[in-house]
Design a protein around this ligand. Structure first.
Ligand SMILES: [Zn+2]
Length: 82
């Protein structure tokens, strides 16, 4: 079973938290192994989480998720153009 990038993005925070089921985690892991876009997104998402954790602020700003997804869509479209 192959999952699309957009689905991986939905799982990323849980993937980082380690709360995914073993099967889902494996799917995400396998996708990350061959997808440079999602690996890059995983890295930057980790950085964001580390930054917020340092500030002891765990609540994301309103609209953060929407903005992040909009940015991801843009990056993905750009990557597809290449
Ligand atoms: Zn991907």
């Amino acid at each position: 079973m192959v999952i699309a990038c957009k689905h991986v993005w939905d799982y990323l925070s849980e993937y980082i938290d380690g709360t995914l089921s073993v099967e889902t985690r494996e799917l995400v892991q396998r996708h990350l192994d061959h997808c440079g876009i999602c690996s890059a997104i995983l890295d930057s998402t980790r950085n964001i989480i580390i930054l917020t954790a340092d500030e002891r602020v765990f609540e994301l700003p309103v609209g953060f998720s929407e903005r992040l997804h909009a940015k991801l869509d843009l990056e993905f479209a750009r990557a597809q153009d290449r």
